[in-house]
Design a binder for this molecule. Structure first.
Ligand code: SAH
Length: 218
């Protein structure tokens, strides 16, 4: 199967219509971002023919680029505003970071596997998107760039790390897939406002696990 580069915009529009709008996401800014960010750029070459399909895809090192709907859903729940400072934990391919940056957020994204971080940073730069990728352990956040308006975690965590809370503004939100039991994960949106924190629970989902430390690669 050959991926025809010149057809990607058509494939992306079709993806938005049949997978994202059809499942109830109606925010025009988010639908536009999903239609305009070239997802195939973030997918390994041999899988590009599947880049706009309704599924996650392997990106190497045992990691995945999330399903398009999940990226749209998490973006909708996080609702980034232009100019906001957003911290992403788990850069992976860089696609989620690209969507957030396309919406005008100033994105800092942490990845523990260096070659993935490098590939993601190259692709983001090529597309002219404002997102910085940092190699590190996302459990520690990024104190040098704190405070953040929002934190988005794209690997399954068993807890809301203290560092993410400490590095969040007084009015801010944290979105993550929280692992409740083995095999059961659910999106949790933690909203901090006027000194109070509110928890909102959303979709059940499946993510690769948030791991400790930085991967040793050669
Ligand atoms: N948002 C990505 C998908 C993420 S897959 C995309 O759009 O493609 C989850 C990623 O989190 C993997 O690349 C994994 O290596 C990374 N990860 C897992 N634990 C981490 C940690 N503690 N710190 C930083 N990255 C981590």
């Amino acid at each position: 199967m050959i991926f025809e580069e010149r057809k990607w915009a058509e494939l992306a529009e079709n993806m938005v219509r049949t997978q994202i709008a059809a499942r109830g996401i109606s925010n025009g800014r988010i639908l536009d971002a999903l239609a305009k960010v070239p997802r195939h750029v973030f997918v390994p070459e041999e899988l590009r023919f599947m880049a706009y399909d309704d599924c996650p895809l392997p990106i190497g090192y045992g990691q995945t680029i999330s399903q398009p709907y999940m990226v749209a859903r998490m973006t909708e729940l996080l609702d980034p505003k232009a100019g906001e400072k957003v911290l992403e934990i788990g850069t992976g391919s860089g696609y989620q970071a690209a969507v957030l940056a396309y919406l005008g957020a100033k994105v800092f994204s942490i990845e523990r596997i260096e070659p993935l971080a490098k590939r993601a940073q190259d692709n983001l730069r090529k597309l002219g998107l404002s997102a910085s990728v940092i190699v590190g352990d996302g459990n520690k956040g990024l104190p040098e760039e704190a405070p953040f308006d929002a934190v988005i975690v794209t690997a399954a965590s068993t807890e809301v790390a203290q560092a993410w809370k400490e590095q969040l503004k007084d009015d801010g939100r944290i979105l993550l897939p929280l692992r409740l039991h083995s095999g059961v994960e659910r999106l949790l949106l933690l909203i901090r406002s006027e000194g109070k924190e509110e928890e909102q629970w959303y979709d059940y989902c499946r993510f690769v696990p948030l791991l400790p430390g930085v991967e040793k690669t050669m």
